[in-house]
Design a protein around this ligand. Structure first.
Ligand SMILES: *Cc1c(COP(=O)(O)O)cnc(C)c1O
Length: 355
């Protein structure tokens, strides 16, 4: 049976990316050696990093004066590297969910953290809009897409202080005005690559403004100066990221990714709103295009396990909602074909007919 992969992360990647990565693991570019057994400093591997950086810059229209680095440690390590590198006295954070909270927790070890707004009281079902950022904050941090709660800030914010965003789960799903940020980062395993690599886009002149000692590996400058090769980078994940970036470009870039994301999200939210069995959990104006969260309508609550089983038997994978929301979560990342969304909708309609 065909599987429809709605996993939240690690998650679906373009099939050709997986096949080409597998091929490179067996025999890298006809060298007779595996990608896993060549030096990261080998002349064949340097072009992989160079092209991946170049494609980042091209696809996101990154202006002059920014660097792109590939690190280990996941987005979770960035929660600590951000304040290490950018926080002098005070930082402002928008609290929109689990990942934002984790980022704030780390920052508190480095200075004063101002929570400018929070939707915790409503189980993070919406994005707070009326908040002000203290003008003396070193930076403002927010999460563009809340993977767990299914809310998303789909546009760049205008804030009077340097801005930093965790874009782990919606990078490359829309155009971004990078000039509005001093730093954008994310784990790769949602929309970009296999797990194991973290991307960080850094405005070069935003560094060097804190006076503390920064451990070498946690200092962004180290990785910029060494072109992501200060130590051994995660070579296979970087290679798979390169292949995904080539795929995005061939499909028509982030503009086309956004068109597809909007189309898929409109289809699925349309069905959630129409179908008497289901209700969406996120405020309509803040609905994520990447992670679509829904639950059974109150009068059908007891059908939750039945629907999950019904859908699973029809090839749906990864639909179970995160424990903080319950119900279901359909993650519709770039690589998820429209056909999979249609298959889920067909399932929802067939299940509705039974009840
Ligand atoms: C998955 C995720 C993270 C955590 O990423 P790791 O690479 O596992 O550390 C952080 N932020 C967001 C928005 C995520 O979706």
């Amino acid at each position: 049976m065909k599987k429809h992969n709605f996993n939240a992360g690690p998650s679906i990647l373009p099939r050709e990316v997986i096949e080409e990565t597998a091929q490179a693991i067996l025999d890298f570019h006809g060298s007779g050696l595996s990608l896993m057994e060549i030096s990261h400093r080998a002349k064949d591997f340097q072009p992989v990093v160079d092209e991946a950086v170049a494609l980042f810059k091209e696809l996101l229209h990154i202006p002059e004066g920014y660097s792109v680095v590939f690190l280990g440690g996941g987005a979770s390590l960035e929660f600590c590297m951000i304040p290490y590198n950018f926080l002098n006295k005070k930082a402002a954070y928008l609290n929109t969910g689990t990942w934002a909270k984790k980022a704030m927790k780390e920052a508190k070890a480095f200075g004063e953290v101002v929570e400018v707004a929070s939707s915790a009281d409503a189980n993070f079902s919406f994005i707070p809009k009326d908040f002000s950022v203290p003008a003396d904050a070193d930076y403002f941090h927010f999460t563009t897409n809340n993977t767990i709660f299914g809310t998303e800030i789909k546009h760049d914010l205008d804030v009077p202080v340097p801005t930093i965003a965790d874009m782990s789960s919606d990078i490359f799903s829309r155009p971004v005005d990078v000039s509005k940020y001093i730093c954008i980062y994310g784990g790769a395993q949602k929309n970009l690559a296999m797990a194991g690599v973290t991307f960080v886009i850094i405005k070069n002149d935003a560094l060097g403004k804190v006076s503390r000692y920064i451990p070498t590996m946690l200092n962004y400058q180290t990785h910029i100066d060494n072109g992501s090769m200060f130590n051994t980078p995660p070579v296979v994940p970087i290679y798979s990221a390169l292949l995904t970036l080539r795929w995005i470009k061939a499909q028509g870039g982030v503009e086309e990714m956004e068109r597809r994301a909007t189309e898929k999200a409109d289809m699925l939210y349309g069905e959630i709103d129409r179908n008497k069995l289901f209700v969406g959990t996120a405020a309509a104006e803040d609905r994520s295009r990447m992670n679509i969260c829904f639950v059974m309508a109150p009068e059908y609550k007891e059908l939750e396990a039945d629907f999950l089983k019904f859908a699973t038997e029809r090839g749906m994978v990864g639909l179970k909602g995160h424990r903080s929301v319950g119900g279901f979560r359909a993650s519709c990342y770039n690589a998820l074909p429209k056909e999979s969304v249609q298959a889920l909708i067909d399932c929802m309609q067939a299940f509705e007919k039974l009840h």
